[in-house]
Design a protein around this ligand. Sequence first.
Ligand code: MAN
Ligand code: CA
Ligand code: CA
Length: 175
Amino acid sequence: MNKKTTLIVGVSFFLGAMVIGGSPSAIKINYKGHGYEYVTKPKLWKDAKKDAEERNGYLVCITTADENEFVVQLINNATDKEVPRTWIGLNDDKVEGDWKWISGELTSFTNWFHGEPNNSGSGENKVIYEKRDNEIKWNDVSGDGRYYYVIEYNFEIDTDTNAAGMSKTNLRSTR
Ligand code: MAN
Ligand code: CA
Ligand code: CA
């Protein structure tokens, strides 16, 4: 097969798998020994947290610029729609302004939008990734919205075909 044929066959196979499998409600991928699952089913923060814990994971906790870049790519490549608002495991529920990862990890790395966190309105103690202009960063919001979420696992997980395809093409092409 020449290059063009190989590409067409490859892409057709991928789209075929998408049709057979339907649009995936979760994307599973491993990074530096941890599993990450992007759940494209909107939930309240507390229900997303509970779901993650019931599956032996936790809402994603981001401690380095590399990990941030990886999670941003996961969110950015998950759907062909506008980047969805996405819960992470950061909150200041205990003491206003004292941000904590639910994993207990250090909070030295941050990725707030300019002007955030602002605890606006009647208070904002949970955090999402969202897209403003061309940036995907953090904003504090109330826990009342229903958004997608990323589950992190302290171990590698089984990845599905679609996610493997995504990791090889989309993720690598951004490096
Ligand atoms: C604006 C900003 C944000 C805030 C949201 C709440 O976008 O003030 O800081 O979180 O409104 O909807
Ligand atoms: Ca707050
Ligand atoms: Ca805010």
